[in-house]
Structure formats: structure tokens, C-alpha cells
Design a protein around this ligand. Sequence first.
Ligand code: LMR
Length: 391
Amino acid sequence: MLDRLDQQPPDALLALIKLYNDDERADKIDLGVGVYRTNDGATPVFESIKAAEHKLVAEQDSKAYLGPEGDMGFVHALMPYIFGENPTRNGRIEGMQTPGGTGAVRLAAALAGKSGINRIIMGNPSWPNHGQILKDIGLEVVSFTHATQAGTADLDALKKALAEGREGDAVLLHGCCHNPTGIDYTPDQWDEIAAILADSPVMPIVDLAYQGLGRGMEEDAYGLRAVIGKVDEALIAYSCDKNFGLYRDRVGALYVYAQDGGQLDAILSNGHALARSSWSMPPDHGAAAVRFVLRDSELTQNWQAELDRMRERMRAVRDRLAEAGTAGSLDLTPLGHQNGLFSMLPLTKDQIQALRSDHAIYMAGSGRINVAGLTMGNIDKFIGALADVTA
Ligand code: LMR
């Protein structure tokens, strides 16, 4: 039986990690998978997390099972940061822990599917794994163009897609730091989207995977809060991979905003059942460390300061690219007002390959770059290489 399985290509983004690691050139630059890097090119464990882990190891008295919902102290500790004042919206929001943001997206899609959603309206491009997850779950994807040629969000395309939406549709929105383009909706645009969704049968699913890496923790939650301020129900997929630097510990959460708080138990019982049959329960360690950070005011302050430094560094890289203006035929100025780890460069496959072979610069095949892979030490080489391959 098993010999019937065809060879599958490796995930292109994850395969890039290996290609980069195997390259022996000393001046290689990794702009591939989305991990934050310091100006020295390192991805250190947050000091606030390290301190929380010390406390956790000292205080944890058992590793017995929790349950499919995971660490509810963690789930609740995050809520004021995500939802702001009145974080449960009078008892209408509850959540559960998931293995990373991917687990949260998967669970959101499965829950949507189980509740009768069969089509997902989604901007193109999107994080490639979004499409893979939706396909795997058997949901149809209806695409709209996410960005204009000018490097701004194409609100008209979203509005048209929503106008054609019907009962049984959901729309998948990136809460902030759009992956792969870095092109977010402005607050005014979010208000407009929220108002449209208020009168639409389309249910929002908001993927908030980079809170704090764009404009700030509060600013990056604007869109999500605008949407849930207007709609009856929504699903929210959250990731702590980036804003707590916990990538490999797989720390995420799914939140449900229900029409009525009385429905939450039933809705989440479906989430628990789906989790039980998939991963049974999420890994504990990273989520427990986040709970320790958020329950200790000093650690919380330290975490916020670390996150601020990350965001400021990425902003400095973006400013530097924008100041360069052009590189060969490329206009780099739009990168200055985009947000988060990613931006997309309109490069051909051959140019991306030439950057890899001639300059040891690794980026996704889509032209997506992780701006955190750029440092004040390698950015000039990068701009020069872009000029070279686009000349
Ligand atoms: C990325 O897009 O690089 C990250 O979200 C990591 C991943 O899992 O793809």
C-alpha cells in the first residue's frame, strides 16, 4: 500500500534553510524563512523568556497531561494584548492553545469547515501554507489581488470579493505584517472592511502572527479589533513564534468570538475534539514560559522592550532600503512604509537564482525577502547585488 505514495517536493521555504546552511561562502545572506535576526545575524532566545524558563523549571512540579485546550493561563494572559480593553468582549471570546500559529490556522479552518463554511476568500499572494492547509482540509479558495502595483493594499479587490461573498464563505485576513508582502491595510481601510463585514454573510478569520513587529502591539491589533467591533462572530489564529521568539517551541492560540457567550462552550468543544484527534494536546513548555512572562510585570516590561528593539531595527533596515531609492531597475521606496519581517521584490526566477548563485543571497522563490536578514553590515552588498541582477 505505502508504495502507492508519490514523492512530494519538500516545502520550498523550509528547503531554503538547508540550501543556505550548505552554502560555504562567508558573506552569504539569508533572507528566507521568517525568523528575526539581530544586526549580528543571530536569533537569540529573548532574555525575558530565558528568565521565565528558569522560573518555570524551578517551579513546575509536574508534567502530567493538561488537556486538548492546553495552558489556559497562557491563553487568558495574552487576551488583553490581543483584544485590548474588555478582552472577553463581555464573555463572547474564549480560546485554546495550539501548536504554533500553523496549528491555530489549521484548527480555525477545520472548525470553519465543520460549521458549514466551504469557501475561503483569500488575498493573493498569501503565506503559501495558508493555501496548503485550506486545500488539505478540503475548503475551496476564492482569490483576490492583495496588493496594487504601487505597493499598497488593493482595497477595491477585497471589497469586490466580499461583495460576491455568500453564506458559507469566510475571509482570511492577515491582522498585521502581511506575509509575504508587508503591505497592510491602513486603519481607515480596516474601518471600511469592518463596516462591510458587518453587513456581509462572510465570516472573518484573522491570522495575527506578527503582533508587535509592525507598528507596535496596540497598533498591530487595530484591524482585528475594528473587525470584531462590528461583526457577530470571528475566528482568530494567533502566533507567539515571532513576538516571543519561540519558533521551534510551537506556541499559538485559537480564539473564538461568538455571537453569544453561551455558544462558546459548544464551539470550543469542537475545537477540543479536533485537537484531540490531531495532536491530542499542544506542547507545554513555550506557552508556560509566555504565561510566566505575562504574569510578572518586570518580565513583561523586559519582553516589551526586547520586542520594541526588534521592531525598531527592522524599521531602520526598511528606512535604509527606502533611502537607497533604487537598485538597478527596482524601486525600493515602497519597502519603507511596509511592515514586519517581509516584503516582496518583483524579481524574475532567473534573477532570484542569480542572486543565489552569484551573490550567495537566499530568498523565497516568490521574491519575498525577510528584511531582518539584512544588517548594517550586509545591506550595501544586498543593494549592489540587486542592481547587478536587474541591470
Ligand atoms: C515564514 O513565512 O517564513 C514563517 O511563517 C515560517 C513558516 O512556517 O513558514
